[in-house]
Design a protein around this ligand. Structure first.
Ligand code: AMP
Length: 210
């Protein structure tokens, strides 16, 4: 099974598609946003990175690529990269140590993405993602279906930060997507209301690679 580099603006459904790829196809998930958020806040590096994330600013390419390289070395089997590479420079660095991948971009409008962002909550214990505005609501208000914990929003899920992240994302990713287009490895799909429909499009692409 091919490795996947998954793209989509904030709230395009990348995280949800990654959960499904892990559960159904056994992919290993590497999200640079999650890797950064899990860094210990008691260290200077952790605090520096968390401050930048709260403002929606990108972390430098070397720090990010090193973190991904270390994580790849710990894993076996096909991986799905989520949130990386975000810049052309990161894509070129990645090509130095990662191959046999397909690149998939999930497209979404800014209006739909903002609404989904403001409705997004997740479980601090198991990480399950919910959305109060879509078919991914928890059964009981604000409580995780699986472990009964209280659900939390992300500190960077506010309108101001969303706009910075959405526009930074579009500005940076264009050159990366053009890079992969030039290598004939880019596939573009739409983010549907139904996650099953979006997943079906990803599965079709993977099957066409076998
Ligand atoms: P995400 O969860 O992918 O939206 O990422 C949250 C934040 O982590 C971003 O706004 C950046 O500050 C940082 N980040 C995640 N991935 C990268 C990356 N590939 N390069 C630089 N910064 C990143």
């Amino acid at each position: 099974m091919k490795n996947i580099i998954l793209y989509g603006a904030p709230a395009a459904g990348k995280g949800t598609m990654c959960e499904i790829l892990v559960e159904r196809l056994g992919y290993k998930h590497i999200s640079t946003g999650e890797l950064f958020r899990s860094l210990d806040d008691s260290t200077e590096l952790g605090r520096f990175i968390h401050e930048r994330i709260a403002k929606g600013i990108l972390i430098d390419d070397e720090t990010t690529a090193t973190l991904v390289k270390n994580r790849l070395a710990e894993l076996e089997g096909p991986v799905v990269l989520d949130g990386f590479p975000r810049t052309l420079n990161q894509a070129k660095i990645l090509d130095g140590f990662f191959s046999d991948y397909v690149v998939i971009n999930i497209e979404v409008s800014e209006e739909v993405a903002l609404k989904r962002t403001l409705g997004r909550v997740n479980c601090p214990k198991c990480g399950r993602i919910y959305n109060i505005y879509t078919d991914m609501k928890p059964k009981q208000d604000n409580i995780c279906d699986d472990c009964g914990c209280e659900l939390k929003g992300r500190s960077d899920d506010n309108e101001e930060s969303f706009k910075v992240r959405f526009n930074t994302y579009l500005a940076n990713v264009e050159s990366v997507l053009n890079y992969y287009k030039g290598k004939n490895s880019l596939y573009i799909i739409q983010s549907y209301e139904s996650k099953e429909e979006t997943y079906a499009d990803i599965k079709k692409i993977l099957d066409s690679q076998e």
